[in-house]
Design a protein around this ligand. Structure first.
Ligand code: DGL
Length: 271
């Protein structure tokens, strides 16, 4: 079981920021990644739709006998994690709880900002988890729907992104938050832009990093860590998408530096 792969899924390319952290922090692990590129974005869809899609993806990942599943998408973590937990008997974690926990630990003035998709903000999921940990903290959510397309266009450091980020973030600066959760898979890629605008006094929390850290603990606690490095020539990382494998592959290779990655298209509606 320890040598079985970890299943990781997202609505598309964004979850690669989570996969990349897993590769860095637990380099012996094998990963089966699924990006739902045919049905992205999830951030503007309903809870019912995102849950249905997520259940199909989990059924697909289980065909690889994965030992655990990481819901790398914030929107799917917000909408579907509870339903998925009921369906499977292997450990499953999302990206929202680990980010919420660290933000609650690091805030000094009790004012935490969350930037994410419209769906994640609307679900108030970060507020829910943070309030469970500390009811005295106040959470300010801001949907930033233009960030995802800007990141996918490669405009990570660009005056256009600077301008849009200023418009989104000014109200959070005015409220005087001291901690900001990058609550969407794409946002770690524009971390420096966001950091520059928010200023040094604001701690940025990256749920992708925190999730990989928590995953390592979860695997260790369950005796599931893979102690054996991958064999030479072994296909350690496999990527599947529901459409546009070539485009996905280009993006993946621009952010993940662990060999040349390729991707296969599958019909997710069959699961
Ligand atoms: N992966 C999504 C998230 O983290 C962002 C992209 C989308 O809207 O599907 O919420």
């Amino acid at each position: 079981m320890n040598s079985a792969p970890i299943g990781v899924f997202d609505s598309g390319v964004g979850g690669l920021t989570v996969a990349r952290e897993i590769m860095r922090q637990i380099p012996n692990e094998k990963i089966i990644y699924f990006g739902d590129t045919a049905r992205v974005p999830y951030g503007s869809k309903s809870k019912e739709t995102v849950t249905r899609f997520s259940k199909q993806i989990v059924r697909f990942l289980q065909t690889f006998e994965v030992k655990t599943i990481v819901v790398a998408c914030n929107t799917a973590s917000a909408f579907a994690l509870d339903a998925l937990e009921k369906e499977i008997d292997i450990p499953i974690i999302g990206v929202v709880k680990p980010g919420a926990k660290v933000a609650t630990d690091v805030t000094r003035n009790g004012k935490i900002g969350v930037i994410a998709t419209e769906a994640t903000i609307g679900s108030r999921i970060y507020s829910k988890y943070i309030k469970e940990l500390n009811k005295d903290v106040t959470i300010y959510g801001k949907a930033c729907p233009l960030f995802c397309p800007l990141v996918e266009e490669g405009l990570w450091q660009d005056p256009v992104t600077d301008e849009i980020a200023k418009r989104y973030l000014t109200e959070l600066i005015d409220i005087d938050i001291d901690t900001l959760i990058l609550g969407c898979t794409h946002y770690p890629l524009i971390r420096s832009t966001v950091g520059k605008i928010m200023g040094e006094g604001v701690t940025l929390v990256n749920p992708a990093y925190e999730t990989a850290k928590e995953l390592k603990e979860l695997l260790a606690d369950n005796g599931l860590l893979n102690e054996t490095p991958p064999a030479l020539g072994e296909n350690q990382y496999q990527f599947y998408v529901s459409d546009g494998a070539e485009k996905f592959k280009r993006f993946a290779n621009s952010i993940i530096k662990y060999g040349i990655l390729s991707a296969k298209t599958i019909n997710i509606e069959e699961y």
